[in-house]
Ligand binder design. Structure first.
Ligand code: PMP
Length: 402
């Protein structure tokens, strides 16, 4: 009989050979995040973890273990329940969701906001629901944007990373042909790019969009909670009235899980009806919604953002002084190494010094630009930053990079 099965063994072996195989951490290398003994574990031995400083998470404000956020989560679980129990349009709608959506809309200065079960679901659901004819997309946009573009069936035109000039020439070329006169156009970009730390030139992108009457959608996954008033780059640059769709995740600075879209009432009504990842997916869990609300509140009304930006400046300065190349202009510090083996060796050297900052390799980043994505968070103290810098110096010397 012929073998019509799927050959996973070969696929995994190829990845291994190319130094591109990813794995979850062995349990004895998972950094300590507090002791959790699940009551349902029965006879299974309780897993133990190690002490290490994590310098690679998206928990930018360090709020996943903030007492206020944890209290809000516990309270929502105890009063409203652990799960929504159904999609929002059936019986999964709760006041906790509406509270969060009001706070998001206020922070983003939009009429309304809507939450999704993840940022991924928000991107895929929104882009498909908008049904644009053509999408102009930054070449480094997140995979969930790319998947949304593909699923929407729209024609996608990719412009050079953060290049408003290239975007303009692509719009011009398209507009030159009368055949395209009736098309709807959507320009979509991340605001802060997660692997490069670059910040999109949003005002310039809006200028170009307005010249051609196109819509602009901005994914603020890595900016929400970090910029002006706890908003994103759109708020920092006062572009609320020029960006049609503001989107993001609750899973990074907001210390929770889920995604959101903020914009006009019409936009939200459209998504409630047509975004399949909203309509056909269970509502966000009430504890997740409550955690995000509280985290957003903390971001807006404490010094937590200042502490993050101080740590970013200290770490960037230390890495650059040592001689590492650290491009970008945000809280994400990509230490670009180049060769994937060197990047893996550096990450291993850091890990053996109790610093967790894994190597990022192709296909996540282009060939020849493997890197360590270093991210300080607001709850790191000065000594943590110094410890991280010392580990970089020692591991960098071991690998021959310094
Ligand atoms: N957009 C961007 C730019 C992201 O980086 C991510 C997550 N890495 C997402 C969307 C997806 O968000 P979530 O993790 O909530 O699905």
């Amino acid at each position: 009989m012929e073998d019509r099965g799927i050959d996973l063994e070969d696929r995994l072996a190829d990845l291994e050979t190319a130094n591109l195989k990813r794995s979850l951490s062995p349990v004895d290398r998972i950094a300590e995040r507090g002791h959790f003994a699940p009551p349902a574990a029965g006879d299974l031995p309780v897993l133990d973890s190690t002490d290490a400083l994590v310098f690679a998470s998206n928990n930018y404000l360090g709020l996943t273990d903030d007492e206020r956020v944890q209290d809000a989560t516990r309270q929502a679980a105890a009063t409203v329940g652990t799960g929504a129990g159904a999609s929002r349009l059936v019986t999964g709608d709760t006041l906790v969701h509406h509270d969060l959506e009001r706070l998001l809309a206020e922070t983003k200065a939009t009429e309304r906001a809507l939450t999704f079960s993840s940022g991924y679901a928000a991107n895929v659901g929104t882009i498909t629901a908008l049904e644009p004819d053509v999408i102009f997309s930054d070449e480094y946009n997140h995979a969930s944007i790319i998947d949304g573009c593909r699923l929407s069936g729209a024609e996608s035109i990719v412009y050079d990373h953060c290049d408003a000039g290239d975007l303009r020439s692509k719009l011009e070329a398209r507009a030159a042909d009368d055949e395209h006169a009736d098309e709807s156009w959507l320009i979509v970009t991340d605001s802060v790019f997660s692997m490069d730390g670059t910040v999109a030139p949003l005002a310039e992108l809006c200028d170009v969009a307005e010249e051609f009457g196109a819509w602009v959608m901005v994914d603020e996954a890595h900016a929400t909670g970090l910029y002006a008033n706890g908003g994103g780059v759109v708020q920092a640059e006062g572009l609320e009235d020029r960006v049609h769709v503001q989107l993001g995740t609750l899973s990074k600075a907001l210390a929770s899980q889920g995604g959101y879209v903020a914009g006009s009432s019409e936009l939200v009504e459209c998504l409630i009806n047509d975004a399949r990842s909203f309509v056909f997916s269970t509502g966000l869990t009430p504890p997740a919604a409550a955690a995000a609300s509280e985290a957003l509140h903390v971001s807006r009304h404490s010094d937590v953002r200042e502490r993050l930006w101080e740590n970013v400046a200290h770490l960037r300065d230390g890495l650059e002084t040592m001689g590492f190349e650290v491009p970008g202009d945000s809280q994400i510090l990509p230490v670009v190494i180049g060769d994937r083996r060197d990047a893996l060796a550096l990450a291993d050297g850091l890990r053996s010094r109790d610093i967790v900052a894994p190597a990022i390799r192709p296909p996540t980043v282009p060939e020849g630009t493997s890197r360590i994505r270093v991210v300080p968070i607001a709850s790191h103290d000065q000594q943590d930053i110094v410890t991280c810098l010392e580990a970089f110096r020692a591991a960098g010397q071991d690998v021959g990079l310094l």
